[in-house]
Design a protein around this ligand. Structure first.
Ligand code: LMR
Length: 295
């Protein structure tokens, strides 16, 4: 974000250690002014005046854990951060990275509803890393230049709820078998776990996640600045399926979500996978809503 020419002011917040990170990042020779804020008493100052808030807070997975296993710790963290957002920058776009995204986005929505600040056009679950992975894995298998690849990824951001639509991938590849498509789908769904296992207890994706988070925030900033035809896949309030939140292609604009786009034509395998993911995604959404209204 320090490198992004659309960022004039970058506020870094954490419960501890932010001054060092802020000093470090601030030496990069780009225009954004960097400020570090540490501890809850500085959260309001960190948020005030923000146009976009990116939330990567919370604990990462260890091998053997699902994203849902993080719920008990991360749900409360997200809830308190969103309460502060409602107080200090209620009109900001919120980019939710904290897992389990399938539940933390509904938690944020409920917190904002209670505060009277909810705007469904301004709340996003960041699923860009799924798209980044799908592009990389597809380019490798289809033997096409990765920079030219596009693959929509729909559903949510956990296991089988991540559904890459390789039937819509471009450039088209006619030489991928059904088995290869299934393997690519599984690798994309398990991409986060692949990193968690490789890091062997030292956390989950941070570098590719930072890249993906920066790509998505850049798209949000471009939309806010009136750049036309900015389309990214993201987990938003949606009526594309019967589920209240769903990831699909979204056109971004001056107010956040400009249009939630439809799914387009699906292969039989994708249609089946879509039906299979719905119960898990529905349960994760409901878990988030219940948590926000219970505590
Ligand atoms: C990812 O997809 O890499 C992140 O959601 C982190 C994780 O736990 O997998």
């Amino acid at each position: 974000m320090k490198l992004n020419p659309l960022v004039s002011s970058l506020s870094l917040y954490d419960i501890a250690n932010t001054p060092g990170v802020a000093a470090d990042v601030s030496h990069i020779n780009s225009p954004a002014q960097v400020e570090g804020y540490a501890g809850e008493e500085q959260l309001g100052k960190a948020l005030e005046g923000s146009d976009v808030v990116i939330i990567p807070a919370g604990v990462p997975r260890k091998p053997g854990m699902t994203r849902d296993d993080l719920f008990n710790i991360n749900a409360g963290i997200v809830k308190s951060l969103c309460t502060a957002i409602a107080n200090y920058c209620p009109h900001a776009l919120v980019n939710m990275i904290s897992n389990p995204v399938n539940s933390t986005v509904p938690i944020a929505a409920e917190v904002f509803k209670k505060a009277g600040t909810y705007d469904e056009k301004k709340l996003f679950g960041v699923t860009t890393l799924d798209v980044v992975r799908a592009k990389t894995f597809y380019a490798g298998k289809a033997n096409v230049p990765v920079a030219e690849v596009n693959v929509p990824v729909i559903g949510g951001h956990a296991g089988i709820t991540i559904l890459p639509l390789f039937s819509q991938a471009t450039p088209k590849s006619n030489n991928l078998s059904d088995e290869e498509i299934k393997a690519l789908t599984k690798r994309t769904q398990d991409g986060g776990t692949e990193v968690v296992e490789a890091k062997a207890g030292k956390g989950s994706a941070t570098l590719s996640m930072a890249y993906a988070g920066a790509v998505f925030a850049d798209a949000c900033l471009k939309g806010l600045n009136g750049v036309q035809d900015i389309v990214e896949c993201t987990f938003v309030q949606s009526s594309v399926t019967e589920l209240p939140f769903f990831a699909s292609k979204v056109r971004l604009g001056k107010n956040g979500v400009e249009e939630v786009l439809g799914l387009g034509p699906l292969s039989d395998y994708e249609k089946q996978s879509l039906e299979s993911l719905k119960p898990e995604l529905k349960a994760s959404i409901e878990k988030g809503i219940q948590f926000a209204n219970r505590s």
